[in-house]
Write a protein that binds this ligand. Structure first.
Ligand SMILES: Cc1cc2nc3c(=O)[nH]c(=O)nc-3n(C[C@H](O)[C@H](O)[C@H](O)COP(=O)(O)OP(=O)(O)OC[C@H]3O[C@@H](n4cnc5c(N)ncnc54)[C@H](O)[C@@H]3O)c2cc1C
Length: 408
């Protein structure tokens, strides 16, 4: 049977992280035939939190998953609250709550990663997910794509979507890339149970501490039961780029020694930390190769300084599904359209995230004073308007899809 004889192209998604599962969820919503192949034996996300910004929330709502998200996540009253490292002085405070909803139609949430994974996982049938399936190779053939797994098994698909993260295997069959550069920075991440955290850290606020060569973000997750900490500083000789690598809590504390007492009290309550070297990658020259395309970190790995990697993966997923729903018998054209729509925006977020590395880490001095004064002059909520206000589905015509569940 050729592709034009099938009711839907056979779509294989490689990778069951937030990007891959969101892709499956939007493809399922569009009535397309999708199977996800994930290498792990069970679905897992590391024990850490992430921001689910309004641009992602409105898409999750359209998947019918808003209640599942809001039941476990924390709605932020203040988005970015920037504080000075030495004395905790507030430099910038982005009041969210009702005002965020009025401007952008949705609130901004913080969630445990496993909870967000569960939200996207719930939006398509479990039978479409194959665990313990590590993809080793994809090969374009005349009529379809052959996928070979690490155990030698093979399947054929009409479309292959690489959602396999920053160390993508599928990406090798899409675009040649240069080696990533070591940024010299690393991230620490840890969770502190709420009962051990200072009450300051339990506020529904994304607090960001800025200091010379370092910054640190914390917010409550899991309905307020835990505080998530992500800290960025010099990597020294740490070069491992893996979320599962364990660092030492005392190294984290040493990096922030002498900072304001509210912050050091929070770090004193951390007994374990992950540590992750931040590698810097240039935007890819292309995201698609015929019927093969990339989404999420595989397509646009970015520094986490705008807290947008997963949100951008969810935006990719929504657009990709709509493009394939519009042109199911010509996947290559559909994927090209997807890339045309998505690449400029994701590249802009990638670039903005990269620029923040310098701004966030200015040493005390004239440039830092100019930065801090400019914070005081900005309307904090407009500051992120280009990110939060974006609706990637608006303006896309689709055969029979409506913006279901949309509030707008
Ligand atoms: C410190 C830090 C903080 C962050 N904070 C935020 C935030 O607040 N908000 C936000 O939106 N984003 C944030 N991000 C970014 C976000 O975590 C990522 O962008 C997002 O998780 C990427 O999802 P993904 O599905 O593309 O990739 P991944 O999560 O890496 O998933 C890839 C999946 O593919 C599987 N896989 C890999 N290779 C194969 C293979 N060969 N065969 C089969 N399966 C395979 C893996 O097992 C994995 O399950 C942060 C990132 C960092 C590092």
């Amino acid at each position: 049977m050729g592709i034009s004889d099938r009711p839907s192209p056979r779509i294989a998604v490689v990778g069951g992280g937030i990007g891959g599962l969101a892709t499956a969820a939007f493809l399922h919503r569009a009535g397309l035939d999708v199977t996800v192949y994930e290498q792990a034996r069970e679905l897992t996300e590391v024990g850490a939190g992430l921001v689910v910004s309004p641009n992602a929330v409105r898409l999750l709502r359209r998947l019918g998953q808003f209640e599942r998200l809001s039941a476990r996540a924390v709605a932020l009253e203040i988005g970015w609250e920037f504080r000075r490292w030495a004395d905790g002085r507030v430099l910038f405070s982005q009041r969210l709550g009702d005002e965020c909803e009025r401007r952008y139609g949705e609130q901004c949430y913080v969630a445990h990663r496993a909870d967000l994974l569960d939200v996207v996982r719930a939006a398509f049938p479990a039978s479409a997910l194959r665990l313990n399936s590590r993809v080793a190779q994809v090969k374009r053939r005349a009529d379809d794509v052959e996928i070979t797994f690490a155990d030698g098994a093979r399947v054929n698909a009409d479309v292959v979507i690489g959602a396999d993260g920053v160390h993508t295997t599928v990406g090798r069959f899409v675009a040649r890339t240069g080696a990533p550069r070591f940024s010299g920075m690393c991230a620490y991440r840890c969770l502190v149970p709420a009962h051990r955290a200072p009450s300051f850290a339990l506020r529904p606020v994304q607090t960001l501490w800025l200091g010379p060569g370092r910054h640190l973000v914390h917010y409550p997750i899991s309905g307020g039961a835990q505080v998530n900490i992500v800290a960025f500083g010099p990597a020294h000789d740490w070069t491992t780029e893996s979320w599962s690598a364990e660092g030492r809590a005392e190294d984290l504390r040493a990096e922030f020694a002498g900072w304001a007492p509210e912050l050091t009290a929070l770090l004193a309550a951390a007994d374990r930390t992950g540590q992750w070297a931040l590698l810097d990658r240039d935007p890819l020259p292309r995201w698609t190769n015929g019927p093969i395309a990339l989404v999420g970190d595989a397509a646009h790995p970015m520094f986490p300084f705008y807290a947008q990697g997963a949100a951008q993966a969810i935006e990719d997923a929504a657009v990709l599904a709509r493009c394939l729903a519009d042109q199911p018998t010509d996947p290559s054209a559909a994927l090209e359209r997807y890339e045309r729509i998505r690449r400029p925006r994701a590249t802009r977020v990638q670039q903005a995230s990269r620029d923040r590395a310098e701004t966030n880490h200015l040493p005390d001095g004239p440039a830092q004073q100019v930065r801090d004064e400019s914070f005081a002059k900005e309307d904090p909520l407009t500051h992120n308007g280009w990110i939060y206000g974006h609706d990637p589905e608006l303006g896309l015509t689709t055969n029979d899809l409506e913006l279901k569940g949309s509030k707008k």
